[in-house]
Design a protein around this ligand. Sequence first.
Ligand SMILES: [Fe+2]
Length: 355
Amino acid sequence: MPAHGFPTAEGPFVPEIDCAELAALVGGRRPPTLLDVRPRPERAIARLPDDRWIPLEQLPARASELPRDVPIVVYCHHGGTSRRAVELLLRAGRSEVALLSGGIDDYARLVDPTIPRYASDPSVGRVLQQFPNVSTGCLAYLLYDRSSREAVIVDPGREVAPYLQALRRRRLRLAAIVETHTHADHLSGHARLHLRTDAPIYVGTRSEAQYPHRTLSEDEAIPYGRAELTVLETPGHTLDHLSLRSDGAVLTGDTLLPGSCGRADLGTGDVDLLWASLTEKLLRLPDDTEVFPAHYGAIHGLPPPERYSTTIGFERRTNDALRDTTRDGFRAYMTDGWPPKPASFDRIITTNLTE
Ligand SMILES: [Fe+2]
């Protein structure tokens, strides 16, 4: 059954080892193949000795290059991207595969201080923080420009204290609150955040929002300091859905999710529009574009690893929703195996549009 809809399934079991276990394995009789799946700019910051490098988006085509006679330990910055890689290798029939929990960051911090630590987000000028909600599987985002200390928050949840705390702790001024779409699965926090910060709320032009807001259409930019987010209209999950581009990354809301896509049967969704948004907008981005979704598959009730993301290239090659490359195939995918509609979705939509 496809995992589309809101990905609350636990997903496949992904073996993990921590950095102390890896250190023991590396020094043991059967050292594993260390596989780095990060993009090139991050590899330039730091790498583990004697590793191999296959960026995530190339892994579906190049997995056969990996030796079969030793275990594989996959790593990335914190362990989020490597989860996608391990899932792929397990599906491809590899058995001795694990991810390095905590990623190279933990390894550098706890095992080998000669390995450089990341100074900041590898994308110049932009720092990004994810805020997972473990009860809904939602992800909100804080992005800020290091020099100006201006910030944007995307898809805030109802409980706004963590965002206010992050803004305070980092001495940031909130320049904008953005909703990628009208959410049907959780109550939004834009109104509370606006009350506390006075930052304007931005939504797509097709939104039926009745609270004070500013609208965004294709190619419009939301500046924050010297950085900006650029709008890519991606209707389908809802009619008002926006994706947001930023320095080699894209926040895809619920349009493109790791391994799946958002459902189109709640509120103003439309399957054909969703197909067009996926194939004519998001899949036209470069393969190494990092994808930050608005949902994650809840992993045994825990928050996701820090920096939960995927890439356009990896999703192009592995995403269940895109497996059949015809619109009819996509329509079938979107019809079969749906979970029931959430009982309160229409009430949540009404609340999110009015307050
Ligand atoms: Fe949604």
